[in-house]
Write a protein that binds this ligand. Structure first.
Ligand code: DAH
Length: 344
């Protein structure tokens, strides 16, 4: 029986030596060492041997089983390592290949300019009015009547304002000033807010004018607010927004909802005040309207003009952005030309 075991042991060793793959190794293991393998069938005869022989032959059988297992494992590991190396070689990532370009979007200059202006006013103590108090679809009543526009004011004309069919007398707001009314109605001063948003006008489009654009409305109502406060706040805003000093001028003006009223012009950056297409030859661009809140407006919202006074302003975001970044045509903001938008 020992001789039989030796023969099988030798033939197994030869098979292992000739194996060429992990599969071969597995086949050999099955052939010799599995439960139905050659060794086991011989080992079944052990029970018929004498005690003495059982011990020696049994020990021998165990010894060669362990030997074969070790040989198989060694060979298996060698093949495994070889296959792994080949695979790693084949699948190697070429880190010198150039990557795939994924374009990243930019914040639109109107958005970034709005954010910048809003944060300047927040630092000056103004808070952002909730957007639901500043809707784009507005009533004529709030956009005009409550703001002291007379019944026959030309701005109310269909030529100038977009009327909607949603409900009678609803319009696309022509200014953010309606936010003043919504901010004051039912509230007690002090009221110190800003309200940014989009406005619409039925206008012929040119380098300075588009039929929709963006404004930021500001309002400060409290006891003893004066025109001096208005000038102080706006001058500080211009200093903070443009950084270095920019030639600006306060010009008296008229708005139905402020008295007295003024406009602020900033020197045209495109021509340094010499006059060009962007400023239509004047050397200046108007960036905002402002004034002391008209007593009629305060009365309309139930605030006593004998006790309180206030100032208001409304600025054009596109104009301010054009003047900061030397953009010579308002239409560039809305063409969605990537060559323009990528510069911000
Ligand atoms: N709403 C005016 C416009 O769109 C701008 C304006 C002027 C706003 C004077 C104000 C103001 O708040 O006080 O032309």
């Amino acid at each position: 029986m020992k001789a039989q075991l030796e023969t099988i042991y030798n033939s197994a060793k030869t098979d292992i030596a000739n194996a060429t793959s992990i599969n071969d190794i597995e086949d050999i293991r099955l052939k010799y060492l599995s439960r139905k393998g050659e060794f086991n069938s011989i080992k079944k005869g052990l029970k018929d041997l004498s005690d003495e022989d059982k011990r020696t032959v049994g020990a021998f059988a165990n010894q060669i089983t362990i030997d074969l297992e070790n040989l198989l494992k060694e060979k298996h590991d060698a093949f495994y390592q070889k296959e792994l190396n080949e695979k790693l070689q084949k699948d190697k990532i070429d880190i010198t290949l150039s990557g795939k370009y994924t374009p990243v979007g930019k914040v639109h200059p109107i958005t970034s300019t709005t954010n910048e202006i809003v944060s300047i006013f927040q630092n000056l103590g103004f808070s952002l009015l909730s957007p639901d108090l500043s809707p784009e679809v507005e009533t004529e009543y709030i956009n005009f009547d409550m703001l002291n526009f007379p019944e026959d004011h030309p701005a109310k004309d269909m030529q100038d304002t977009f009327y909607t069919k949603l409900a009678p007398n609803t319009i696309l707001r022509s200014q953010t000033s309606g936010a003043q009314i919504r901010a004051m109605a039912g509230k007690n001063p002090p009221i110190k807010i800003i309200a940014p948003g989009r406005v619409y006008r039925n206008e012929t489009v040119n380098a300075r004018k588009n039929n929709f654009f963006h404004q930021i409305e500001g309002l400060y109502v409290d006891k003893n607010i004066t025109f001096g406060d208005l000038k102080g706040v706006l001058n500080e805003f211009i200093r903070l927004y443009f950084g270095s000093s920019r030639p600006t001028r306060f010009r008296s003006s008229f708005f139905p909802f402020t008295e007295p009223s003024a406009e602020v012009d900033v020197q045209c950056i495109m021509c340094q005040g010499k006059g060009c297409r962007t400023c239509s030859g004047t050397g200046w661009l108007e960036v905002l309207g402002c004034g002391m809140v008209d007593t009629n407006v305060l009365k309309n919202v139930g605030i006593d003009p004998e006790v309180y006074s206030g100032f208001a302003f409304g600025m054009g975001v596109e104009r301010l952005s054009m003047l900061k970044y030397a953009i010579d045509d308002i239409r560039l903001f809305f063409n969605n030309d990537k060559r323009f938008l990528e510069q911000f």
